[in-house]
Design a protein around this ligand. Structure first.
Ligand code: CDP
Length: 220
């Protein structure tokens, strides 16, 4: 049981949890961890090592050997894997698709969840993902689950990616998002925790969503 503030924000693909979580962490002076980056880092390492990303044993052994570190730099948060900065590659199409089978591997999840729990014990934190309220910190001080329609979420992800080198079309984004939703929803822990506050963000931008979360934390 942690005695400091732990805020869990979960939600499906592109529900805005990372943008919102960052604002909340900044406003409250907490650390911020996007656990999706950790799954993406394992997928990236598997691709770099030319492994079959569906090979459960090999991918679990790879995850065991990785040292994943989040550091603050002049360029914002950076993710280092075995000392190498891979932040700029975490949203490449190959990683975006490769992370789906990797996040389904039980061994990989066990290793990352253990690391996330240990990070949560270090002090006040906002943690975002799919299973933070249900699995990583079930005793979090307060839990939120962000939702929005697939079309709103696809539009957000499309806008985010549109000026990048391998920017996908809106239709591609929507198709991949629906596919990932389907896979995520098959995992028991990827559902809202029973005690999570559910926020429909369809008509809200990131700062309005963050404001609502902060108000609810302050009223709690
Ligand atoms: O931003 P987006 O929702 O597209 O993805 P993300 O949060 O960066 O997560 C990348 C992948 O890791 C997704 O396919 C999630 O299913 C998976 N993931 C997970 O299984 N558990 C988490 N705590 C965070 C992400």
């Amino acid at each position: 049981m942690t005695s400091h503030l732990t805020i869990a924000i979960d939600g499906p693909v592109a529900s805005g949890k990372s943008t919102v979580g960052r604002i909340v962490a900044q406003e409250l002076g907490c650390r911020f961890l996007d656990t999706g980056w950790m799954y993406r880092a394992v997928a990236h390492a598997g691709l770099s090592a030319k492994l079959d990303l569906e090979d459960q044993d090999k991918m679990t052994r790879l995850a065991e050997r990785l040292t994943i570190k989040l550091v603050e730099s002049k360029r914002g948060e950076r993710l280092l894997v075995n000392g190498i900065d891979v932040t700029d590659q975490l949203h490449d199409s190959r990683v975006e698709q490769g992370v789906v089978p990797v996040a389904a591997i039980r061994g990989v999840r066990r290793i990352l969840v253990d690391q996330q729990r240990s990070i949560a014990t270090d002090g006040p934190i906002v943690m975002v993902g799919r299973d933070i309220g249900t699995m990583v910190i079930p005793d979090a001080t307060i839990k939120f689950y962000l939702t929005a329609s697939p079309e709103t979420r696809a539009r957000r992800r499309y806008e985010e990616r549109k000026n990048t080198p391998d920017s996908p079309s809106y239709d591609d984004v929507l198709e991949r998002l629906v596919h990932r939703d389907k896979i995520d929803s098959q995992r028991a822990e990827s559902h809202p925790a029973d005690d999570a506050v559910i926020i429909d963000t369809d008509g809200l931008d990131a700062s309005e969503t963050a404001r609502r979360i902060i108000d609810l934390i302050e009223d709690a």
